[in-house]
Design a protein around this ligand. Sequence first.
Ligand SMILES: Nc1ncnc2c1ncn2[C@@H]1O[C@H](COP(=O)(O)OP(=O)(O)OP(=O)(O)O)[C@@H](O)[C@H]1O
Ligand SMILES: [Mg+2]
Length: 345
Amino acid sequence: MASSNVAEVIPVQVSRRTEPSLVVHREIIGTSPSICEVFSLIERVCDTDSTVLIQGESGTGKELIAQALHYSGDRAEKPFVPVNCGAIPAELLESELFGHEKGAFTHAIRTRIGRFELADGGTVFLDEIAEMSPVLQVKLLRVLQEKKFERVGGTRTISSDFRVIAATNQDLEEAVASGRFREDLYYRLTVIPIVSPPLRKRRGDIPLLFDTFFKRFCLAKKRDLRGITSEAMARLENYEWPGNVRELENMVERMVILTMGDEIGLEDLPQRIYGAEPRAETPAITAIPETGFCLSKVIAEYEKKLIIRALEQTGWVKNRAAKLIQVNRTTLLEKMKRHGVSKPA
Ligand SMILES: Nc1ncnc2c1ncn2[C@@H]1O[C@H](COP(=O)(O)OP(=O)(O)OP(=O)(O)O)[C@@H](O)[C@H]1O
Ligand SMILES: [Mg+2]
């Protein structure tokens, strides 16, 4: 271990979870308010047949949310049928969704059942919905309204009882405004909107996600590592994570394989994270009002916000929070008392 890397090793303990349903919803891990809001929405809508639109950046867990909705609800015993609208060429997507009759086109040598039919009683997950062609958008709208359709090249009307969950990492409202996505279909899809929050907006989940992936990969790769230094963890907590949870997961796998010592230290982090200085946040300076401005009050308010932020970021472990903002533990305790800050129940 490098001599600069003398910080305490944080024991990896997934067991710190207290209220399991708040921490893991199926495969989704997190305790931050924004992810708990997603858990609560899943619970409330999983048994309904309403269409759900999941929006969020790439790697934030949209597919996990879709699966949690299906497997927590009444339809769990029936098929969950994913369709990646972005990966299937437009001319094939129609027959993929609706199926086709034998002879419908040159290569249709036998009748094929489509995904909507396969999902009878279950759920169709339309991933990357923004990529769907305008022609197919019209057909999808009709199916959503009537739950009836014909196979390509067929005349018989087929009905299937499926629920639709759609997802996109694009701004669908913007796609509607620019004419790339039908407004009527957008409203039809967004009966229940769910936002999958980016990891940088729920930094408090980073240690827990790290712990989970770390344990998983240590087991899978047969590595006996102790954990991660608090300095290295602080860098992970400060990083922007443009690739979200997927980036974190892949990074932990790589570190578990490549780390030479018995714990992950600063020097084991990828350069983009190791090289990034911790963010030193300062508030934007705006014009000072003529009256009513009190410097000490503003500073006290800002100090309180930073203390709460540090505590949230470290799961309310005071030692770690104090280290993060470089004050003594006793100073932190004093400041918490002065500002009336305590761990939420
Ligand atoms: N909250 C979470 N808890 C545990 N694992 C997660 C979480 N969010 C995402 N993951 C993991 O991160 C990876 C990416 O998740 P997923 O495929 O669901 O993201 P996505 O939003 O659908 O991304 P994309 O837009 O690129 O398709 C998966 O391996 C998934 O298991
Ligand atoms: Mg996805």
